[in-house]
Ligand binder design. Structure first.
Ligand SMILES: [Zn+2]
Ligand SMILES: [Zn+2]
Length: 222
């Protein structure tokens, strides 16, 4: 489903399967990137959604993972194989991805086993910058929900888009969630003043006021 020119939601309930968190596809010229990968349970459907959305000749330059959780990341090995796309994740979640840790990645919650996910590019420290066509994509370390949670920020059609994914949490000891870090990360997300928040399970929140209200709701609950 198209959100804006050059931005689609390609995975999640209604797009692929109930178990998948949302995955977003960005495209600029003949370059594209995916934000998150779903579970892999509806891999063929996801591949079709990506291929249908992209203009002919466009190819994926990056698969950006927001964090190590099963519903966001378990589909990454299949996508990386079929599209020849490198997987990007923060160094603090990369170990759980590469070892296929079913507890920390929440796969056990789903009664599933986490496949090992090779991380080709580790984001180190607080931020990193990527180019996809004419888009500049900023990765910001945003720990709390998991140790290596990352948000991605870009500008599209004059709007600031925040790929926040699991902004809503939850915070769970088995995920190694950190409530203090989570609160600080939400404060930092508020300061971004994004026009559109692409969430992992709560849909697409549009409008600066609505995005701020959404983030403040989870900040107030802490
Ligand atoms: Zn999560
Ligand atoms: Zn999630």
């Amino acid at each position: 489903m198209k959100i804006l020119d050059g931005l689609w939601v390609v995975a999640g309930p209604g797009e692929t399967c109930e178990e998948d968190a949302a995955a977003y596809l960005l495209c600029s010229g003949n370059r594209a990137a995916l934000i998150d990968a779903g579970t892999g349970l509806a891999h063929q459907r996801l591949c079709e959604n990506i291929t249908d959305a992209l203009p002919a000749g466009a190819h994926l330059s990056f698969l950006f993972l927001t964090h190590c959780h099963y519903d966001h990341a378990a589909g990454a090995p299949l996508l990386s194989r079929d599209f020849g796309v490198p997987v990007v994740a923060h160094e603090k979640d990369a170990g759980f991805l590469e070892s296929g840790d079913s507890a920390v990645t929440a796969a056990s919650w789903y009664g599933a086993v986490m496949p090992p996910v090779t991380v080709h590019h580790r984001i180190e420290g607080r931020q990193d910058i990527f180019s996809v066509g004419s888009l500049r994509i900023q990765a910001l370390w945003s720990p709390g929900h998991t140790p290596g949670s990352v948000v991605y920020v870009t500008s599209l059609s004059g709007k600031k888009i925040l790929f926040g994914q699991d902004v809503h949490g939850p915070l769970v000891a088995a995920f190694r969630s950190d409530p203090d870090a989570y609160r600080e990360s939400l404060e930092a997300l508020l300061k971004l003043s994004a026009d559109i928040l692409c969430e992992g399970h709560m849909g697409v929140i549009e409008g600066k006021m609505e995005v701020a209200r959404f983030i403040r709701r989870y900040l107030a609950a802490r």
